[in-house]
Each structure stands twice: as structure tokens, then as C-alpha cells.
Design a protein around this ligand. Sequence first.
Ligand code: 4F9
Length: 244
Amino acid sequence: MRIDVVTLFPELFEAPLRASLLGKAVEKGLLTVQCTNPRDFATDKHRTVDDAPFGGGPGMVMKCEPLFAAVESLRGTNSCARVILMSPRGRRLTQDVVRELAQQPDLVLVCARYEGVDERVGQALCTDEISVGDYVLSGGELPALTIIEAISRMIPGVVGDFESVETDSFYGGLLGAPQYTRPPEFRGMEVPAVLREGNHAAIRRWRRKEALRATRARRPDLLERCSDEDKKLLDEIEREERTE
Ligand code: 4F9
């Protein structure tokens, strides 16, 4: 997969794309990420990329021309079928959105500074707007890295053990079940016996039930999509909690 990032701060992408799993995905050629700086497409002597807002007010607004020119320079290397603006006004990033974007052969991610970007960028240059959550950041660079990392995990061969993708929190639409490693007892806290006994059917059932228990306690909004079998386990959990 190829991802082009349009950003005034390409250096923010260097270390994250070199380290760990993302670094390996890039090294193996499973993922190509290229940054394009809109400042290189500014035509005036000072290479201006922002300007004061029409109508007055604080802050600066990113200008259309350098952003349009930067994205248009990618045509030929990138299909530009999906040009995504990182924006707190966008559709919220979820695993469903990640899965959908990972199907694309290429993407363009456009990072803007917080104060804002000329409305015509969202209107006529970008095909999508995505938010990673309801908080203010200084720019779209960390949201873009979040999307890149989430997408990379869906590319075959990036996560060595695909089973670990399938058991990830959210992949099955639920929070993950509790995990333990050695020692079997730490400061009086014991690892549940079922996990140490090697009955794999019992372990699978325990994990599904505990994933449901955690989701019910912390994120009940995620339970809307659960199966009939899950409903039975949820009934069990409810009964257990009533008798406690
Ligand atoms: C972008 C926040 C996407 C959340 C961009 C300031 C942003 C953001 N999700 N905040 N610039």
C-alpha cells in the first residue's frame, strides 16, 4: 500500500516510520509512506502557506493554492481516489473505517494546522474528513500517524501472527479479554485457573465471556452488534453480578 502525506512537518513522521512494526512494514516494502510539503509549492518569495482569515479574528488559515498544488503533484504516483483531511469536524475513526481504508491501494492524508484550513480544501480537494477524537491538537500529523499505524496492521504480512490481529481489542467489535503471563501468582493476585489448565474450548469460552464482561462494564455502547451466543454469555454475566 502507498500513503502520501501532505504536511508542513515531515520530520514528525521520521522516527515513527523507522521503529517497531511500522518500520518493518516499510522495510519489507508492504507499506510506502512519502511526505509532500505544501511549502515547496508556495510560489511567493517567502513561501507563504497561510494567511489571515477573511472577516477577521485570531489565528491564521492555511491557503488553498499550496495544498491543492501539493496534492495535484501526486497524480501519476497516487490515484488520489481517497484524499483524507485530518479534521476534528470529520467522521470518527473506528476499526470499521480502518478496515475500509486498508482495502485501498493508495491514500492521500492531508494534515492541516489547528487554527484551520480554507473551507475549499475540504469542499473540492478532499474526498473524506476523519477525526481521531474530540480533542484539540496542534495539527493533523499525529492523527495521520494514528491512521497509518492502524491501517498497517490490516495489511497482510505486517503483523506476523494474524491471529493476534483477530484477537485485538475492537477487531471483533469488543474490548479484549484480560491477558496474563508468568508468574502464576503476583502479590497475592492469581492468574485464573482456566488459563493454566490447557482446555482450549474452555479457554475460548472464558475469553469471549470476559471480553463481553469488560465491554459491558466499560463500553456498553459496543455491545449492539453481538451474536445470540454472546447474548447467552451476557445473561450469565448479569446473573453472576446479581448474586454477588
Ligand atoms: C484532527 C483532531 C483529527 C482530531 C487537527 C487540530 C484533529 C486536529 N482528529 N486537531 N488539527
